[in-house]
Write a new protein. Structure first.
Length: 76
């Protein structure tokens, strides 16, 4: 259902955001810019998917976050 671009962009934004935790002020500001850009790309992918699928963008983002952050466990 989800495009690989949307999933990878959301993962990228999450990864960049986690890098902020252990940085000093100068490094944190630079990393915040990187995180912001990654988040903007993720939002663009969500918006594009929602528009093309005629869906509510908020609902699409919510579902995508659930899928990427809590993937279903595969049975062995």
């Amino acid at each position: 259902m989800w495009s690989s671009a949307a999933v990878s962009r959301l993962h990228s934004a999450d990864d960049e955001g986690r890098k902020l935790e252990h940085l000093d002020d100068d490094e944190r500001e630079k990393q915040r810019e990187v995180w912001f850009e990654a988040a903007a790309r993720a939002q663009d992918a969500v918006s594009m998917y929602a528009f093309k699928s005629d869906l509510n963008r908020f609902d699409v983002e919510k579902q995508l976050r659930q899928v990427t952050r809590n993937p279903p466990k595969q049975e062995e």
